[in-house]
Ligand binder design. Sequence first.
Ligand code: COA
Length: 194
Amino acid sequence: MLNMEVEMSKELFSPVIETERLTLRPLEADDAVSLLAIFSDPEVMKYWNTAPWAGVQDAYNFISASNDSMLRQESLVLGIYARSTGELAGKCMLFSYDKGSKRAEIGFGLSRSCWGKGYIGEAGEALIQYGFKSLGLRRIEAEIDPNNYSSARALEKLGFSQEGLLRQRWEIDGVVSDSALYGRLASDRLPLHI
Ligand SMILES: CC(C)(COP(=O)(O)OP(=O)(O)OC[C@H]1O[C@@H](n2cnc3c(N)ncnc32)[C@H](O)[C@@H]1OP(=O)(O)O)[C@@H](O)C(=O)NCCC(=O)NCCS
């Protein structure tokens, strides 16, 4: 019985989630080159809290750290793949998971060629529902640079509300920036059209 529970909870942190156009699943070492192509793009990384990736080792390190953190049941980091081609479009994650408080933080990034197709509306909502229904989260939060208009729009369309602004929270390569904090509760009633 105990073994079965352990097996089930392992799967909980290693899901494959299908949406209409996308598959979300854990990244594999074979994804390293595609992942590097996405996250070495300065436009994709413009509002990230790290520099653009510089080489394929960065991608291998990310994949291995992600899979380790999922094994420890600390986060979910999933590649986003187009179902029609199998191509890697980006990644999305639930991290800073606090089991006791039933909350986690959400993050996502897509290759530039995949922006504006509503992929995050689809992948993000699937991940959020997984967080609420399968992981039992009560609250999901997000922290973004307030100048990241696309990300703010994507969050608003996902039903997040802005809850705060932390001034001068980051300094990356000498550039100081604020953080906007967003939240969505499992109990939030969402407007039909945002
Ligand atoms: C933020 C991001 C994940 C949004 O995902 P998406 O699937 O493109 O989201 P949507 O298609 O719903 O578009 C959201 C907004 O992005 C903007 N947008 C759309 N296409 C765009 C493009 N080609 N270039 C720039 N911005 C664009 C629009 O403002 C859009 O809002 P609208 O639908 O009201 O017009 C994606 O733009 C991205 O990966 N950006 C780089 C990484 C990043 O900043 N991640 C967030 C850090 S937490």
